[in-house]
Design a protein around this ligand. Structure first.
Ligand SMILES: Cc1cc2nc3c(=O)[nH]c(=O)nc-3n(C[C@H](O)[C@H](O)[C@H](O)COP(=O)(O)OP(=O)(O)OC[C@H]3O[C@@H](n4cnc5c(N)ncnc54)[C@H](O)[C@@H]3O)c2cc1C
Length: 390
């Protein structure tokens, strides 16, 4: 069931605000003035993002909220929220932290063996290792339980065979968090397991997929009888659905996308507000309210995480708010600046350096990636006992 938030005062402490200021200054200094995020900036932008992530790792800023036993500082989870907010408010220089800090580290801490934790967590904390999430298949997207990728137990490991699709960063990832069927006789959610697969193993093939999302690095991954050692099993064998759903809950609630929406909204007001009539100002005001509501829904999720609980349904609510806000903002940009804004950033005629165009183009995928809007709504409806009602 959806729970009420455990905290109603979301003011940050002076110490937390000081961290925000220091981090914001760091990002401001490291990023070019016209930085628009990795999906626009290409290979150079990717390299800069990777460098920034490693620098943050060196400063110990990526995983402060992790337990000290696992390389963290036992700090408040709100510092991690600030890290996310500042990243997104600076057009997210996305590096390994996007997956590693948000959901992979927590999933490894939750389900990993001592060996997993000792090997992987220090690398994640250092901002060094790139991961891919291998869930979707050509006939198993929203209906993930229909997945067919098999990992047949064989001696001291598994032989993996299958095809994954829409895998972000699959071309550059070192490892894949692979959901596959370890019991060949099983159906649906039973008999699945998560394997932490080294993508340099023989039999792995990566094929990039072009998309309208720019440098999003979406890929197909093919596994052709790849032998994966038993030590790669994360969590209990044949209980991988629970492991994957826990990881997804962390993922859906780990991105402060609302912070970038708030930034874009502010920029639009600064750059175009002079030309707005009353109707535009009303639309702007209602978007501001939506952005604040989205922020609060996300804070509710963080306050649940603070208690050590996994925010499953709340994560879906946060995800829906974040993605609908982006799409509402994209509509507003379209109405406010006319068709001019769809000129790509590299073109001299681009409005606001192409920032609105990039936001608009990527907003379409917001209600698909990490589980579609309809599926998230279904999760919430199920938790409220609304299934089957019309
Ligand atoms: C930018 C991007 C990055 C991605 N990165 C990854 C990744 O790293 N790893 C990974 O594993 N996957 C990734 N995905 C895949 C993503 O998780 C799937 O696209 C998503 O789960 C939807 O699955 P599908 O594409 O097969 O669409 P389908 O499942 O075919 O859905 C098509 C439409 O039908 C609707 N629909 C389907 N079933 C229902 C239902 N029961 N009730 C109501 N409506 C329904 C959906 O909401 C959707 O609108 C990514 C996708 C995108 C766009």
């Amino acid at each position: 069931m959806l729970t009420t938030v455990t905290r109603t005062d979301f003011d940050f402490s002076n110490e937390q605000e000081a961290f925000r200021a220091e981090l914001g200054q760091f990002l401001h200094e490291r990023l070019p003035d016209d930085w628009q995020g990795i999906f626009v900036e290409g290979d150079e932008g990717w390299q800069l993002s990777l460098d920034i992530c490693r620098e943050l790792g060196e400063r110990g800023w990526l995983t402060m909220a992790w337990p000290a036993a696992y390389g963290g500082q036992d700090a408040s989870i709100w510092l991690q929220a600030i890290l996310q907010e500042e990243y997104w408010a600076h057009n997210e220089p996305r590096g390994p932290q996007y997956m590693n800090v948000n959901w992979l580290g927590p999933a490894l801490i939750h389900f990993g063996t001592d060996e997993h934790k000792a090997y992987f967590l220090p690398k994640l904390a250092a901002g060094e290792m790139m991961w891919a999430q291998g869930f979707s298949e050509p006939d198993a997207g929203s209906d993930l339980a229909a997945l067919k990728c098999s990992a047949v137990p064989d001696g001291d490991g598994f032989v993996v065979r299958g095809h994954k699709i829409w895998i972000s960063y699959g071309d550059i990832a070192d490892y894949c968090f692979l959901l596959c069927r370890t019991d060949p006789t099983s159906r649906r959610k039973e008999g699945l397991s998560v394997l932490l697969v080294d993508l340099s193993l023989p039999g792995v093939e990566r094929r990039p997929i072009s998309s309208t999302l720019g440098y999003h690095r979406i890929n197909e991954l093919f596994f052709d009888d790849v032998f994966v050692p038993r030590s790669a099993l994360l969590g209990p064998q044949n209980d991988g659905w629970r492991v994957a759903m826990t990881a997804l809950a962390f993922e859906r609630s780990g991105s402060a996308r609302y912070a970038r929406s708030a930034r874009t909204l502010g920029l639009m007001e600064q750059r175009h507000g002079d030309e707005w009539d009353d109707t535009r100002w009303e639309q702007y005001a209602s978007l501001l309210a939506f952005a604040r509501a989205t922020e609060l829904v996300n804070y509710g999720v963080i306050s649940k995480k603070e208690t050590g609980e996994v925010p499953r349904v709340e994560a879906s609510a946060a995800r829906i708010h974040n993605s609908l806000l982006e799409q509402a903002l994209a509509d507003f940009a379209e109405q406010t600046t006319g068709l001019d804004f769809i000129v790509y950033g590299a073109d001299d005629h681009a409005v606001d350096n192409g920032e609105l165009e990039s936001m608009w183009r990527n907003s379409f995928a917001a209600t698909v990636t990490a589980g579609s809007y309809e599926i998230q709504s279904g999760i919430i409806a199920h938790s409220l006992g609304m299934e089957g009602r019309r």
